[in-house]
Design a protein around this ligand. Structure first.
Ligand code: FES
Length: 177
């Protein structure tokens, strides 16, 4: 088990909050993914033992919810909304631009491990599409013609030591090119 000691301590506190330990499955998965970046098979076994279910039952939860990941993601996890409002505003064309600019196919991680590019369903910001989430930051109104510039900013963030310390707030267009 290579999770941080504070994760292990938090896990015990989470399980203690529930009358039935199995109800802690989802919060434990979130906790582990926050720590490791994805859910490894050993995490499923560890959570299963903690909440009294089988590893397969934990796997069923992991694969039901799209926010859980079974494999590591790139240094920047880029999610483009493809649901109706964003699609009508060009999210498919935007995705094509990002694929080209980042050298990464949708649904995959680039060979250098820097980017994971995915389509996702509605992320609840439908009035400002196309919406792109990069790690924890939301970027609104990223139109296809801004795709190359947006990709360049994401790429530049790889060498920015301040990255992630003050993410743009929802509704602010700092990165929107
Ligand atoms: S349709 Fe894209 S955020 Fe809702």
């Amino acid at each position: 088990m290579s999770l941080k000691p504070e994760t292990l301590a938090q896990a015990d506190a989470i399980v203690a909050q529930y009358p039935q330990a199995r109800s802690a499955t989802l919060p434990l998965l979130h906790l582990v993914q926050e720590d490791r970046g994805h859910i490894a098979p050993e995490d499923e076994a560890w959570i299963a033992a903690k909440v009294g279910v089988t590893p397969m039952q934990v796997r069923e939860v992991v694969t039901f919810y799209p926010m859980f990941r079974l494999a590591p993601v790139g240094r920047r996890h880029i999610r483009v909304c493809r649901t109706l409002s964003c699609a009508l505003r060009g999210s498919y064309a935007l995705m094509a631009e990002l694929e080209k600019a980042l050298g990464c196919a949708r649904g995959e991680t680039s060979a250098d491990g820097n980017f994971t590019l995915e389509f996702v369903e509605c992320i609840a910001d439908c009035g400002c599409g196309p919406v792109v989430q990069v790690d924890h930051a939301l970027h609104e109104n990223v139109t296809p013609d801004q795709g190359a510039a947006f990709a360049a900013k994401v790429r530049a963030s790889l060498s920015d030591p301040a990255y992630g310390k003050a993410a743009p707030a929802p509704g602010t267009p700092e990165w929107n090119g």
